[in-house]
Design a protein around this ligand. Structure first.
Ligand SMILES: NC(=O)C1=CN([C@@H]2O[C@H](COP(=O)(O)OP(=O)(O)OC[C@H]3O[C@@H](n4cnc5c(N)ncnc54)[C@H](OP(=O)(O)O)[C@@H]3O)[C@@H](O)[C@H]2O)C=CC1
Ligand SMILES: Nc1nc(=O)c2c([nH]1)NC[C@@H]1CN(c3ccc(C(=O)N[C@@H](CCC(=O)O)C(=O)O)cc3)C=[N+]21
Length: 363
């Protein structure tokens, strides 16, 4: 399995922070600014720098499917990749501090008291602390009004010391998520959920400020394990805005042929069983069974479902894919926990660093 990893930097914006802001607000987002202001075009395909010639088969030899009864898929571990990215981010921040005395700052906005949201913010804050990113959490009660939340986000937009803003999702039902996503400054939208960023991800030749972390994580895992994307059939189950939908956009930019499945899809098993790469973002434990998977396919399980063990009452995390079944059919599969999740967190650190670099005029 490939050991050398590479952190893809998406920095390189040409205009200064202030100019960008002026231009963006002049366009008021109804008509996105031309790519001149958004920096150089996003390459359609990223290939890790150490990988000079693109692979010709779906899987490198070391991951190829063997036709025997005790076949077991290669496990695509996320932690080594995440650790490598964290080291690089930490190193850059250390140099930033010593060169200009500044460092990145990330703000979380948490509404209500959901157990999983607390867990995710704790995980992300801990990772930030380790690499030298300062964090702040703005907590609002479950019954806060939309205007109260909008005020908090606007305050963070205006705070020059804050480089990234995460509004933890899901929000309580009475709040309009789309309206809130719209108000986060696109230049601080390290989640990549603002319509301007998602819109630019959808269009070839355009470069968003940020690409959603779970989607970057999916590509990073595939590329770092030498798995070819171009020309492959991909089934993504789930079209959520955090993972499924942006991952479909990113994979099509890598020239995959993408089917996006959802709750209204008829016969999802059949569509999934034709895919070379299966990505799941549903939120239902074990919904994807072994017999949905084509022999030798690659499985990326994004599901992170907290399930209470009935006997011990202890919570454990499980994916959307029935791992025990899929591991016998797939050629490679991500574990949950330990697969996509840790890489997603490291991508957030990378996006926040990129944002701070842009704000400080470091390209
Ligand atoms: N590891 C990571 O980095 C991340 C993990 N996640 C995890 O991914 C999971 C989903 O989260 P999130 O995207 O926020 O959830 P959403 O509710 O936004 O999306 C879930 C998607 O699943 C689809 N769906 C629901 N039931 C079915 C079904 N029976 N068959 C096919 N599709 C179905 C929905 O379809 P429809 O649109 O028709 O309703 C929807 O598109 C969670 O476990 C979450 O923790 C999320 C983000 C990052
Ligand atoms: N504004 C916003 N941005 C998000 O990116 C966002 C969000 N809201 N809401 C919830 C989902 C979910 N998500 C995960 C992040 C890390 C892990 C992760 O690190 N998982 C670990 C285990 C986690 C655990 O032990 O609970 C793993 O898979 O190994 C999982 C899921 C980001 N999300």
């Amino acid at each position: 399995m490939r050991k050398a990893f590479h952190l893809h930097s998406l920095s390189g914006i040409v205009a200064s922070h202030k100019t960008l802001r002026k231009v963006l607000y002049l366009h008021s987002f109804s008509s996105p600014p031309s790519s001149t202001f958004l920096g150089p075009n996003l390459p359609d395909v990223w290939v890790p720098r150490h990988n000079t010639s693109p692979p010709h088969t779906l899987l490198p030899q070391s991951l190829q499917w063997t036709d025997n009864d005790d076949h077991s898929a290669a496990i695509l571990e996320g932690k080594p990749i995440a650790n490598h990215i964290k080291l690089k981010v930490a190193d850059e921040i250390r140099r930033m501090k010593s060169d200009i005395g500044k460092f990145p700052k990330l703000a979380f906005v948490l509404v209500g008291d959901r157990r999983d949201s607390h867990t995710f913010i704790h995980l992300k804050s801990k990772a930030c602390e380790k690499v030298g990113i300062e964090t702040v959490v703005s907590q609002l009660p479950e019954n806060c009004t939309e205007n109260e939340l909008l005020d908090v986000v606007s305050g963070l937009n205006d705070d020059q010391d804050v480089h990234g803003i995460i509004v933890q999702l899901p929000l309580p039902q009475h709040l309009d998520e789309e309206r809130i996503m719209n108000i986060v400054s696109p230049e601080k939208d390290v989640d990549g959920f603002h319509p301007l960023n998602i819109g630019n991800l959808a269009r070839s030749g355009r470069k968003p400020f940020f690409i959603p972390c779970a989607s970057r994580s999916c590509i990073e895992l595939l590329l770092n394990h030498g798995i070819e994307i171009r020309g492959k059939r991909v089934a993504i189950i789930g079209r959520g805005k955090i993972a499924g939908l942006p991952t479909s956009l990113l994979l099509q930019r890598h020239h995959a042929t993408v089917s996006l499945l959802h709750a209204y899809t008829k016969n999802p098993e059949r569509i999934t069983s034709e895919a070379d790469i299966v990505v799941t973002d549903v939120g239902i434990p074990n919904i994807v069974r072994g017999d949905w998977i084509k022999k030798g396919a690659v499985v990326i399980d994004m599901g992170t479902n907290q399930v209470k063990d009935p006997s011990s009452q202890v919570f454990r995390v499980t994916g959307d894919v029935c791992f025990e079944e899929a591991v016998k059919v797939a050629s490679a599969i991500t574990p949950v926990p330990g697969g996509i999740g840790p890489v997603t967190v490291s991508m957030l650190l990378s996006n926040t660093l990129d944002s701070a670099k842009r704000a400080f005029g470091i390209v």
